[in-house]
Design a protein around this ligand. Structure first.
Ligand code: ZN
Length: 223
């Protein structure tokens, strides 16, 4: 991945349009971008310490490939305003994925078409497509976040990675690092395994003939 930050900074007057004529953008991969958005959606923006806030601002800048000369300082107030929309958009996708999982993921239920509202499109000052690297939206902060989020759903991003935890009493949003990951944390994976196993053991102890077809036959007790 080209690291163009220093170069970008040294060209104060560089606009997005000029990026195609040589400027290297420091554009994160779609995976990195989406992982950021998922983290951001779940953050408690009211409980941030000063250091956390600085880190967040720097993460936002990196995720959006934001250049300092664009002004519109990354403000906590705008982040707070924008966060619920980011969460809602991601949850829509995660809920579809969860539905797919419950029906067995035998086929990929088509995702809802992601739409970018015309009002948002009108607020874009510049949309830069950097072939092979991705896109950069130059706009006010809120618009940049929401449009960059939707654009991150384009290939090569695999939208199945945006998920809700499948553990009981948890529906936390997370970005799956691999497609076999169905729980937000190893802890929840274990907790759910435990719960299902106890359930199964209970059923078997009760002498039920309805043995679960789930894996975990090692737990099977001699009847
Ligand atoms: Zn969980």
């Amino acid at each position: 991945m080209p690291m163009g930050t220093d170069e970008s900074r040294s060209r104060k007057r560089t606009t997005v349009s000029e990026s195609s004529s040589g400027q290297e953008w420091n554009i994160p991969s779609v995976e990195e971008r989406m992982a950021f958005f998922v983290r951001f959606a779940a953050l408690d923006l009211n409980g941030l310490r000063e250091g956390d806030l600085l880190n967040l601002k720097s993460d936002v800048r990196a995720a959006l490939s934001w250049l300092p000369e664009w002004g519109d300082e990354i403000s906590l107030e705008i982040l707070r305003e924008t966060q619920p929309t980011v969460l809602r958009e991601l949850e829509e996708v995660a809920q579809r994925n969860e539905l797919n999982r419950r029906i067995g993921l035998t086929e990929d239920e088509p995702f809802a078409v992601r739409a970018i509202h015309p009002k948002l499109l009108k607020r874009i000052k510049f949309l830069s497509i950097v072939p092979g690297n991705g896109s950069v939206v130059q706009a006010d902060l809120r618009t940049a976040i929401l449009v960059t989020l939707e654009l991150a759903f384009l290939p090569p991003f695999d939208a199945r990675r945006v998920r809700q935890c499948a553990a009981q009493a948890c529906s936390r949003l997370f970005h799956a690092e691999h497609l076999n990951q169905f729980f937000c944390t190893p802890r929840h994976a274990h907790r759910e395994w435990r719960r299902l196993k106890d359930q199964e053991d209970g059923r078997q102890a009760a002498g039920s003939a309805q043995a679960s077809p789930r894996k975990g036959k090692r737990a099977h007790k001699e009847a």
